[in-house]
Design a protein around this ligand. Structure first.
Ligand code: MG
Length: 300
């Protein structure tokens, strides 16, 4: 039995047809925010309602609690120095795990007002940190602490890597969620999951990154999901975008063509590439962590 739905022959080159989806672990309330840490040979991801970060040891297969409590962390990324950067729903901040083992605040306010609940984060090669700030962590007590939004808007922000200054780079989305740069960092993809709050389509947009890398422009429609949300996604050096949806992990070309799916038996929240060759796709989905080897991964 196949775990794949091939919609375009170009998808066939990305997969190993006989590779099976592996269920590595189950027991989360809602798993999200995976980051692969190459030097530690482990994957970290969030179990948000349980206020904990989990660790999958790629060598032994063991799973353990990495951090608890953790400020209801959600999305994670690795910076250029191999430090983990986290979005905290509960802490309402972007934090970084420094090499001495301390979590330090990188941003918790914009214009003097508290952030809503940072959701997902990426680090650009220039050291800047880009993150989304919807309200899911303050809408209820389930994924953080219920509170009113001080900002009243859900933006995408950029933290300057040198100065720490924070700027709003996208202000026209309802609930920006997952985000990812193309490998050449000329494009920024951002999912809008605003359908949780207003009547709108479940879409992903794409923006052009300015030449100086400080801003984005020309936001336009990239894709629409017919099954749940584009919550989290990653791109490859071959310009493939792999994204979460409710029923599957889906692969898109950069022209917006959906070329195939890997069926997942739970709601998919996010994914990331791991393994020494970055050809193993780790998938966080509702209560479980899954993985599957691909023929062409993050590095082709
Ligand atoms: Mg998310």
């Amino acid at each position: 039995m196949s775990d794949y739905v091939v919609l375009d022959p170009r998808f066939q080159a990305l997969i190993v047809p006989h590779a099976k989806l592996e269920k590595l672990w189950t027991g989360a309330r809602w798993g999200e925010g995976p980051v692969y840490v190459p030097a530690a040979k482990h994957l970290l991801w969030s179990d948000i309602p349980n206020d904990r970060v989990m660790r999958y040891d790629e060598t032994s297969g063991a799973v353990s609690v990495f951090e608890h409590p953790c400020g209801y962390q959600n999305g994670h990324a690795l910076d250029g120095q191999g430090r983990v950067v986290a979005c905290e729903h509960g802490g309402r901040r972007i934090s970084r795990l420094d090499h001495d083992g301390e979590w330090r605040t990188l941003a918790d306010r914009f214009g003097g007002k508290r952030l809503n609940s940072p959701n997902d984060v990426v680090v650009k090669s220039d050291g800047s940190i880009w993150f989304t700030d919807p309200t899911y962590g303050i809408d209820s007590h389930y994924e953080g602490h219920k509170a009113p939004s001080e900002l009243g808007v859900s933006n995408v922000y950029r933290i300057d890597g040198a100065t720490g200054d924070i700027t709003a780079v996208i202000t026209d989305m309802v609930k920006p969620n997952g985000l990812a740069f193309s490998a050449d960092e000329k494009l920024l993809f951002v999912g809008d999951t605003g359908a949780t709050h207003v009547d709108m389509k479940r879409i992903m947009k794409v923006y052009d990154v300015s030449a100086d890398g400080l801003s984005v422009a020309n936001g336009r429609f990239f894709a629409e999901s017919d099954a749940g949300f584009f919550d989290g996604f990653r791109t490859t050096t071959e310009d493939i975008l792999w994204t979460s949806t409710a029923d599957s992990v889906r692969a898109y070309l950069f022209d917006g063509t959906l070329i195939g799916k890997i069926l997942i038996p739970e709601f998919v929240s996010n994914l990331t590439f791991g393994g020494r060759k970055r050809n193993r796709l780790y998938i966080t989905a509702q209560t479980s962590l899954y993985a599957i080897y691909l023929a062409r991964g993050a590095w082709g």
